[in-house]
Ligand binder design. Structure first.
Ligand SMILES: *Cc1c(COP(=O)(O)O)cnc(C)c1O
Length: 443
């Protein structure tokens, strides 16, 4: 019998990250400075990012070594298991094989610590004392708090005020790992104070929180800023997911036909599929690679490819990417981690080159898929990850109808133990499907 759960040893974590940019025939257009709108130079980023991360951001090296100190922390939970979803296959009566790579075993319960640990490390060796960041629902804030705790850095998290009050447990995790968390808009920055003066009840937004974290960074010596998705170096750090998956499939003697991941800013999907996309670009093998986004925030399937800001306030550099416009306000779907107006430039470019395809799914069918998965495989998925499950199930049903024994693989980016209120709302019939309504955008 072939292996059904493929575990690698602690000493088998990949030693290098894979940089897909090196293999892409068309290189990305450079980011533009937010003020001058001219191509940004690496030194323009020096105020907010440490040197080693800026180098990785613009690197065209195919492989970048993972420092031993990073490997030592990743080894607390990596390599993560690749598991065959036999019970789900049986329930769907499909001839397809369904496999998932489970990133929910990390300390924060998602893939995000893969980059948080690397970012904290490179900041530490560059002399940074303190990191500032923003968080929406708290997944990124908790991942970075953990990473800062491991490397002895202070951590300040600006958490969108509605989530600060509605999602107390991720806030508790950040406290547990020693971070300072404030509801955003806060009294700690000029940006926050001026917003609160006009509207003391302002619920906050990710855009406001980013603006506060950047202001905090440039006004505190020894402080740098950290971002949990979208950027090239974040996608790079996440490639441990796909590199392990490739080795696990090799050991199981199985070749995946289709690989699926959910997309917010694109980082877990990038990490999962880039090593396979590289084989495809180099003409070594073929795979179907599918990024799944919410129909309520359909960046790749309905957005435009153009330069746009990474934040709402227009403080970040402009990046060439699929975007719904930086002033797009996504509806309050429960997959909070997928409510982002843009998409990683690397993922965007690979969609344009048709190496990767994009699909969107609605909220109710997504929760339906999550419940099927929880009732068959036993794991409660994060609502974000459930978008990938929906497409995996759709593909398995298609394989049944077409009688094709395909091998389907998806990235289970996180568990849903801190999202149970969303499941309650789903069972109470309080969730709805949203249609995307294009907004008129400036710039
Ligand atoms: C943050 C998050 C996402 C979305 O972020 P990406 O950068 O697109 O990966 C997906 N799943 C989980 C569990 C998350 O926490």
């Amino acid at each position: 019998m072939k292996e059904e759960q493929v575990y690698l040893g602690r000493d088998e974590i990949p030693r290098q990250w894979y940089n897909i940019h090196a293999d892409m025939p068309k290189k990305l257009d450079p980011p533009l400075h937010p003020g001058t709108q001219q191509p940004a130079k690496p030194e323009d980023f020096a105020a907010i990012f440490p040197e080693p991360l800026i180098e990785q951001e613009v690197s065209l090296e195919q492989w970048i070594p993972i420092p031993q100190d990073v490997l030592d922390v990743l080894a607390l939970w990596r390599p993560t298991p690749l598991i065959r979803a036999r019970h789900l296959e049986a329930a769907l009566n499909t001839p397809a094989q369904i496999w998932f790579k489970y990133e929910g075993v990390s300390p924060a319960g998602s893939h995000k610590p893969n980059t948080a640990v690397a970012q904290a490390y490179f900041n530490k060796i560059a002399g940074t004392k303190r990191l500032a960041t923003e968080t929406g629902a708290g997944q990124w804030g908790s991942a970075l708090s953990f990473a800062c705790c491991k490397f002895g850095l202070e951590c300040k998290v600006y958490m969108v005020k509605v989530s600060y009050h509605q999602k107390p447990y991720r806030r508790s995790l950040m406290h547990l790992w020693g971070a300072q968390v404030v509801p955003s808009p806060s009294r700690d920055t000029q940006t926050g104070r001026s917003i609160l003066e006009k509207d003391p009840e302002c619920p906050g937004s990710l855009g406001i929180a980013i603006s506060e974290a950047i202001e905090d960074t440039v006004t505190h010596p020894g402080t740098k800023y950290s971002l949990g998705s979208v950027l090239n170096h974040v996608c790079l750090h996440q490639t441990v997911i796909g590199l392990e998956t490739k080795e696990q499939f090799r050991r199981a003697g199985v070749k995946p036909d289709i690989l699926i991941g959910c997309c917010g800013g694109g980082s877990n999907f990038a990490g999962f599929v880039f090593p396979f996309a590289g084989e495809k670009i180099r003409g070594e093998s073929d795979y179907q690679l599918v990024g799944v986004e919410p129909a309520a925030c359909p960046t790749m399937t309905r957005g435009e490819f153009r330069y746009d800001f990474g934040d709402t306030a227009g403080m970040t550099p402009l990046m060439p990417m699929f975007t719904l416009g930086h002033d797009f306000m996504p509806p309050g779907i429960h997959a909070g981690g997928l409510r982002y107006h843009g998409m990683a430039p690397l993922v965007s470019e690979l969609v344009r080159e048709e190496i990767i395809e994009a699909r969107s799914v609605k909220q109710l069918p997504t929760f339906e898929a999550a419940v099927i998965f929880a009732r068959t495989e036993g794991i409660v998925p994060a609502p974000e990850s459930a978008h990938a499950i929906r497409v995996a199930i759709d593909e398995a049903i298609k394989a049944r109808e077409e009688k094709t024994p395909k091998v389907i693989a998806f990235c289970l980016s996180g568990h849903g133990f801190l999202d149970l209120a969303s499941y309650d709302a789903y069972f109470a019939g309080k969730l709805q499907d949203y249609e995307y309504v294009p907004q008129t955008t400036s710039s």
